[in-house]
Design a protein around this ligand. Sequence first.
Ligand code: NAG
Ligand code: NAG
Length: 213
Amino acid sequence: MAAYSFFLLLLIAPGILAAPTSALNVTELLENAGCSTVASLLQSTGVLETFLSSAHKGLTVFAPNDEAFKAPEVVWLLGKLSSAEKVSLLLYHAVPSYKPYRSLKVSKGPIPTLASNGTRKFELTTTATGDEVTIQTGAVASRITSTILDASPLVIFSVDAVLVPKEYSGPTGPAPQSPSPGPAGDSQAGGSSGRGSGIMLAAVLAVMASVFG
Ligand SMILES: *[C@@H]1O[C@H](CO)[C@@H](O)[C@H](O)[C@H]1NC(C)=O
Ligand SMILES: *[C@@H]1O[C@H](CO)[C@@H](O)[C@H](O)[C@H]1NC(C)=O
């Protein structure tokens, strides 16, 4: 009897996994995963539609959790960016290809995002420590905390810091170096007072990441 039910489940399961992307309510998925702020930003800016219309070609989304949007630097940045820049910031949170966790773990070199175009880089890199994957923007290190959805060609992860592109991290001059992930972030924050705001931002976010991580 039990074996029979298991067999039925196997027959049904592939159908569930193959549910078309259009049938998914991404807003609801994000809200249930503790990412309501980004869900509402994606909706109000229209970027959600961009995501959904390009999802069939492969899409990887990094959704910062609600805590990440409370960081004072992020609140400050969102207040300062124009509407077009906010759209770019959100587009920066998606990569135009399907990159499941196992692929991010071994990824090398810069990854273009939906915000990248001919003249603007807006790229990401990833680093892996053991089983943990961290997204590096060059200004911020953001750890992947869970997989919200993995249904090829769409994968959505939650991350613990807003991905601030290095292009937005400092008012002038060259972009700061990426902070080293892990507990070393503490000493970095201490040594960064009086330096560029980009470095401050990166250091504070790195500390936040290690506190909330
Ligand atoms: C998706 O879910 C959100 C939040 O639960 C809801 O407000 C919205 O109406 C839903 N959209 C569709 C198309 O069902
Ligand atoms: C790249 O994006 C920026 C900002 O949206 C825009 O000003 C620029 O013209 C774009 N460049 C290309 C080649 O599309």
